[in-house]
Each structure stands twice: as structure tokens, then as C-alpha cells.
Design a protein around this ligand. Structure first.
Ligand code: FAD
Length: 407
């Protein structure tokens, strides 16, 4: 059978793949999106800074109207019960002149919205709803074969096919994987009191317990526990689990009513030594996996998509060529490597019983509570990756004799 030919092929129908397909087609590329049906997902994503802006350019934020909850403040509470404990810290977006830190939205609502927007540009975006079973890469084109035997030839193949990516396997890039002795329970719940757009993260000895506000008197919860405890909690009758959630929240939102289903995700990490190969590039969890701390995973995936599109537009005549792929690597390598290391370190610092590490964490949070330059730098880094160092450097320069502050 003669292969169908397109400029861009996107493999994977999760949030990274769906956003990439919409973005490339909107930018005028002849795009094919090859996606096996995506599994129902009850999780939510806190979209921050650059991700919100990028999705705004695609019309997604406007279309989400009423289904995305702005996060005005974030609270960190040391609930480890350990000898060295940090005081609670609260960050307010208004402190750094932002209307909000981010928007929390259910993954299902986000994916439906991206899919609906994609249907409006069907002429440039062909959908093939079946899995890819093989990938062949050479210097000119990437050719994929789908389950039904269809072949598709493209100039740039985007691997957004998640942690077991077939595109990554065809690239032959080494993958480092690791796991944590933790499982994340994920659920949504209704509550008696208003959340006022505040997200509260309790640091416990087994991992974070994070409430993130949804529209109305409703929040999502990511609750990291040991595998045994997670299984015990998941098996509890829902009324009992609701009481347990209220107890762990120290009743800050009043009585709690947990909604089913309750999902669980064993925590793991993965990292690759390069993000591109002949005629292909990786985005989202095909390229990086880490624990759900600090709302990083999909935000990083959306920044991958934005950088890949920018690199393709700069090399409009040769998408998937060596110059375009080198530009993509250069744009993404540092961000991906630093986020992976930072999230890993933070997660391990919670797990450790080693006193000096506990002391360092307690002191670190204490400094954040009381040193404005650090607080503001951290808040900016959270919403604008890469800005904190630049901000501190500019502040230091402004304090040197003969220098003036820049912004
Ligand atoms: C508990 C939890 C909470 C999280 N909270 C946040 C948060 O608040 N903020 C944030 O930014 N991130 C968060 N994350 C991370 C975020 O959910 C992931 O980064 C994101 O969902 C990954 O999307 P993806 O599209 O890269 O991969 P996936 O969602 O895994 O999608 C991959 C898709 O590829 C398809 N596929 C696989 N193989 C093939 C094939 N051969 N052919 C065709 N299709 C294929 C699959 O069916 C799937 O649909 C969280 C993660 C967890 C576990």
C-alpha cells in the first residue's frame, strides 16, 4: 500500500500529543495525529505561566471558561511531625503582581476542549485512531505502520506516546528509569467551606498531600503514601475515606465528600540522554517522567510542544531536519534536566529520616517564609521557569555601586 504523506506526524492522544497536533495544524503544517483511544482520566492539572500563555494562543483557555479554577495562593505546611519542623509558608500571587499562579482544570475537560478545537481545523489535521505498531527512521523521512497495516510517511515524527513510547524505542536512545516506594492516590472531593482559590500542600513523612482548588466548593487531591497504606485507603468505604481526608486536611475546608473513582499511580521517574533522533523528537512523558510534585509534568510537556513548534517555524522549509532538531535540543535540555533533578530532590528530602537533611529542609522553608528576595524568586521560578536566577542576578547587580535596578 502507498504510504500517505504529511509534513508532521504526532503519535499519542494524551494531553501532550493532542496539544501538539492542534498547535502544528494551527500554525499551518499539514499534520496527521495518530492516537490510540486515550484512557479516561480523573486527574486535574495545575497549568502555570508559559503553559497558560501557550494554550491561550491556541484558544483553549477562553474555551475552558468556567471549568478552570484560578489559584490565588499556595500554602506549604510541614506535617511530618518530626523534631525539626518548618513553620507554614504561604505564597500569594499578588505579592509578585500576578492575578493568579495558575489554573487548575480536570484533564478530561482539557482534553475535550483541545479535541473540540482540533475539529475546527480538520482540513490540515488528519486523525488516525489506532495504535502505531512500528516506526522506521531515516535521514529523509519517518515511516510508521498502524495496527490495521496503514503506512504513513512524515518529515517530522513527534513521539508524544507516553512512558512506553514506540517512537523513543525506534530512536534507540538510552532511557534511565527509577521508582519510588510511593503511590499517589488521586481523587476529587466536595467540601463545606470555600477554598478561596488556595492550594494547600501538607508535607508528610510519606510524601506530599496536596489539595488543589477546582471551580465551586470542590478540590482535587494528590495524596502520596506508601504502597500498602495507599491500597488500604483505596479499599475504605467512601464515607470513611471522606473522614480520613478531612482529618488529614486538619478540617481547613470543613466536612469532605469524596467522589469516586479513586485512582492510584505508582511513582516513578524516567529520563533520556537526548530528545531527538533522525526525523523525530520526543515531548511529554515520552521524554521525561517524575513524581507529581509542584505541578511540573504536563507543564514541562506543553513547554516541549511550544519549543518544538518554534523550532519548526524557524526551519519552515525543513521540519525534522538536523538544524530544526538541534534548535529543539538546545531550547529544552536545561529546563528538562533541572526540573527532573529538582523534583527528585524535593521528593527524596521528604522521605529521608536523616536529621541533617530534615534540618536543611526546615531551614530552607524558614528562609522562604522570612526572606522576601528568596520568596519572590521562588514564586517567579514556579510560574516562569528560568526567571529566578536571572531575577536574583539583576537584584544583586542593582545593589552594586554605580548600578541601577532593571525592572
Ligand atoms: C498523580 C499525578 C498528578 C499529576 N498532576 C500534574 C499537575 O498538576 N500538573 C502537571 O503539569 N502535571 C501533572 N502530572 C503529570 C501529567 O499528568 C503528565 O505529565 C501528563 O499527563 C503526560 O501526558 P502525555 O500526553 O505526555 O502522556 P500520556 O497521558 O501517557 O499519553 C500518551 C498517549 O499515547 C498513547 N499511546 C501509547 N503508545 C501508543 C502507540 N504505540 N500508538 C498510538 N498511541 C499510543 C496512549 O494511549 C496515551 O493516550 C501528574 C501526574 C500524576 C501521576
Amino acid at each position: 500500500m502507498t504510504p500517505s504523506r504529511h509534513e508532521i506526524g504526532i503519535v499519542g492522544g494524551g494531553l501532550a500529543g493532542a496539544s501538539a497536533a492542534l498547535a502544528f495544524a494551527r500554525a499551518g503544517f499539514d499534520t496527521v495525529h495518530i492516537a490510540a483511544p486515550h484512557r479516561h482520566d480523573g486527574r486535574s492539572t495545575a497549568l502555570i505561566g508559559p503553559s497558560v500563555r501557550f494554550l491561550e494562543t491556541l484558544g483553549i483557555i477562553r474555551a475552558l471558561e468556567g471549568r478552570a479554577q484560578p489559584m490565588f495562593a499556595m500554602r506549604l505546611v510541614d506535617d511530618t511531625g518530626r523534631l525539626l519542623r518548618a513553620a507554614p509558608v504561604e505564597f500569594r500571587a499578588a505579592e509578585i503582581d500576578l492575578p493568579y499562579f495558575g489554573l487548575n482544570v480536570l484533564n478530561r475537560d482539557l482534553l475535550d476542549t483541545v479535541t473540540e478545537e482540533s475539529e475546527t481545523i480538520a482540513t490540515r489535521l488528519v486523525r488516525v485512531e489506532e495504535p502505531v505498531v512500528s516506526v522506521d527512521l531515516d535521514d529523509e523521512r519517518a515511516v510508521v505502520r498502524t495496527e490495521s497495516g496503514r503506512t504513513i510517511s512524515v518529515r517530522l515524527l513527534v513521539g508524544s506516546d507516553g512512558r512506553h513510547s514506540v517512537v523513543r524505542e525506534a530512536m534507540g536512545v538510552p532511557v534511565w528509569t527509577w521508582s519510588y516506594p510511593q503511590v499517589a492516590l488521586v481523587l476529587n472531593f466536595r467540601h463545606q467551606r470555600d477554598h478561596e482559590g488556595i492550594s494547600t500542600e501538607f508535607h508528610t513523612p510519606t510524601g506530599p498531600f496536596t489539595q488543589v482548588p477546582l471551580p465551586g466548593r470542590r478540590s482535587s487531591l494528590v495524596w502520596v503514601e506508601t504502597p500498602d497504606e495507599a491500597m488500604r485507603l483505596k479499599a475504605l468505604p467512601v464515607e470513611q475515606l471522606s473522614r480520613e481526608v478531612e482529618r488529614r486536611l486538619h478540617s481547613i475546608l470543613g466536612a469532605v465528600e469524596v467522589e469516586e473513582p479513586i485512582q492510584s499511580f505508582p511513582l516513578s521517574g524516567a529520563s533520556v540522554s537526548r530528545l531527538s533522533g533522525r526525523r523525530c523528537a520526543l515531548v511529554g512523558e515520552a521524554a521525561h517522567v517524575f513524581p507529581p510534585i509542584g505541578a511540573q509534568g504536563l507543564n514541562l510537556g506543553i513547554r516541549d510542544v511550544e519549543a518544538l513548534l518554534a523550532s519548526a517555524l524557524e526551519n519552515r522549509d525543513e521540519p525534522g531536519g538536523a538544524a530544526m532538531l538541534a534548535a529543539y535540543e538546545a531550547r529544552r535540555r536545561t529546563d528538562v534536566a533541572t526540573r527532573t533533578a529538582a523534583v527528585d530532590l524535593l521528593n527524596r528530602s521528604l522521605l529521608t529520616g536523616f536529621l541533617p537533611v530534615q534540618a536543611a529542609r526546615a531551614l530552607g522553608l524558614g528562609a522562604l517564609a522570612s526572606v522576601p528576595v528568596l520568596r519572590h524568586a521562588l514564586m517567579r521560578e514556579g510560574v516562569e521557569p528560568g526567571s529566578a536566577l536571572a531575577g536574583i542576578a539583576s537584584r544583586v547587580r542593582s545593589l552594586l555601586p554605580g548600578q541601577r535596578a532593571s525592572g
